[in-house]
Design a protein around this ligand. Structure first.
Ligand code: SF4
Length: 78
């Protein structure tokens, strides 16, 4: 799945939502979150994000690791 990281905070541009073919990107609090069970790994959102906040989960940099957990918590899984 894809994960949204820190640079989305207080930006929430929404370009990702417009291109996501399965509408798996949700707005919550100060940022957007990708529902991992719905994401089909197309990668479209990654290229349109104006603040480069989106990563493939296996390419998530160390300093963005907290967002993987925050994402899981947002959707109520672990
Ligand atoms: Fe949606 Fe594709 Fe981004 Fe997954 S990778 S959140 S399916 S646009």
């Amino acid at each position: 799945a894809y994960v949204i990281g820190s640079t989305c905070i207080d930006v929430k541009d929404g370009a990702c939502q417009d291109v996501c073919p399965v509408e798996s990107i949700y707005e919550g609090g100060r940022m957007m979150y990708i529902q991992p069970d719905e994401c089909i790994d197309c990668g479209l959102c990654l290229s349109v994000c104006p603040v480069s906040a989106i990563y493939a989960q296996d390419e998530l940099p160390e300093h963005e690791r907290d967002f993987l957990r925050a994402n899981a918590e947002f959707f109520g899984s672990s």
